[in-house]
Design a protein around this ligand. Structure first.
Ligand code: NAD
Ligand code: UD1
Length: 348
């Protein structure tokens, strides 16, 4: 029988792409999502793309009993935990909502997993846990120091998971936790079919969906946040990663948790990024080249909290998960545009 993966937040942007990849790799998929930032339509599209069914429960991960019911009904072998709130600005305005949803929600999930004796977990972490570092290429052993409430929820969850795994060493019985902390850099792009993609509520916070909405005429102008950074063209540099490459890293992580490396348990962090940076102006020019559309922009002041430049060292993921990116920036732009053109109003 195929392994069954519970995907929390599976109706969301990254989770929906992960469901496609898991189904295509032969896993059974169970989605838990409260739809606070997603639409049920994405789940229908996953099934259209793959021609395979998945099980869906509209459940909040903070609801212990409802979550325990899902574990009682389904033969879950591992969990990929995407469910969470992710807007940095909103987390500064409503920190308790973020701690309650992300940190407390994860505590409930872990308690239910322990009760059901399901101890394989892949967690959606973020490069944001590194905070401000003097290095610009991040390796997993750099000091952590998130600088906003959203980032701190990720850092706290990472701490909690490391503690949980360390506690196994003090026990003589029971199966150990096997945990992969995947630190994403900047996921962009969409599935090549154009059926699923990023569908932000209201005005996007992140660069790529903003650029796409300017190019299609939904938004008037992009503000480029700062052109006086110490980078070659003065604009911020990030490591953009195609969402399909990113979710393939999750399938590799599940395989690794089932393999030799994690045979006696453990909790390990992996960077998922391309390993190279790209500036805001490069994103704009690539977008214009691929789509033939003009991206109207102006130079604006720097955005508070932004760093000039950072990108991943993804060599550990290559060595231990046998994963690396395959897609180019051109692919990321072309797939974003394909999704945007086919779904100008997102899933609505
Ligand atoms: P998303 O908002 O599209 O997906 C998150 C999903 O979780 C949504 O479908 C939402 O409805 C669901 N959810 C939220 N709280 C829930 C709860 N309490 N119970 C049940 N479901 C809940 O976001 P995404 O971009 O797909 O991100 C997925 C994960 O990856 C998040 O944890 C996010 O913090 C992390 N991450 C995202 C990025 C990025 O750039 N998108 C970068 C780094 C890390
Ligand atoms: C942001 C979050 C980060 C989160 C990540 C993925 C902040 C400070 N950081 O990262 O915690 O993990 O998203 O969700 O919000 N830019 C513009 N104009 C725009 C938008 C962005 O010039 O309208 C620039 C930014 O200054 C940055 C780059 O584009 O240089 C990428 O920005 P964005 O897509 O928001 O991602 P991050 O800031 O890297």
């Amino acid at each position: 029988m195929a392994n069954t993966v519970l995907v929390t937040g599976g109706a969301g942007y990254i989770g929906s792409h992960a469901c496609v990849e898991l189904l295509q790799a032969g896993y059974q998929v169970v989605v838990v999502d409260n739809l606070v930032n997603s639409k049920i339509e994405s789940l229908k599209r996953i099934q259209e793309i793959t021609g395979k069914p998945l099980a869906f429960y509209q459940v909040d991960i903070r609801d212990h009993d409802a979550l325990a019911d899902v574990f009682a009904k389904e033969s879950i072998t591992s969990v990929i935990h995407f469910a969470g709130l992710k807007a940095v600005g909103e987390s500064c305005e409503q920190p308790l909502m973020y701690y309650h949803n992300n940190v407390y929600g994860t505590m409930v999930l872990l308690a239910v997993m322990a009760e059901a004796n399901v101890k394989q977990l892949v967690f959606s972490s973020s490069a944001t846990v590194y905070g401000t570092n003097s290095e610009i290429q991040y390796t997993e052993d750099l000091p952590l120091g998130a600088v906003n409430p959203y980032g701190r929820t990720k850092a706290m969850i990472e701490d909690m998971l490391r503690d949980l795994s360390a506690a196994d060493a003090l026990k003589s019985t029971g199966s150990p936790w096997k945990i992969a902390l995947l630190r994403y850099f900047n996921p962009i792009g969409a599935h090549g079919s154009g059926k699923i993609g990023e569908d932000p509520n209201g005005i996007p916070n992140n660069l790529m969906p903003y650029v796409a909405q300017v190019a299609i005429g939904k938004l008037v102008q992009l503000s480029v946040f700062g052109d006086d950074y110490p980078t070659p063209d003065g604009t911020g540099i990030r490591d953009y990663i195609h969402v399909v490459d990113l979710v393939k890293g999750h399938v590799k992580a599940i395989e690794a948790l089932n393999g030799e490396k994690f045979a006696s348990g453990g909790c390990k962090a992996y960077n998922l990024g391309a390993g190279k940076g790209c500036s805001v102006l490069e994103i704009i020019s690539t977008f214009e080249k691929i789509t033939g559309r003009k991206v109207n922009y102006r130079i604006a002041p720097r955005r508070a909290g932004d760093l000039a430049e950072y990108f991943a060292d993804p060599s550990l993921a290559l060595k231990e998960l046998n994963w690396k990116v395959e897609k180019t920036l051109e692919d990321m732009v072309a797939d974003t545009w394909n999704w945007q053109v086919k779904n100008p109003q997102g899933y609505n």
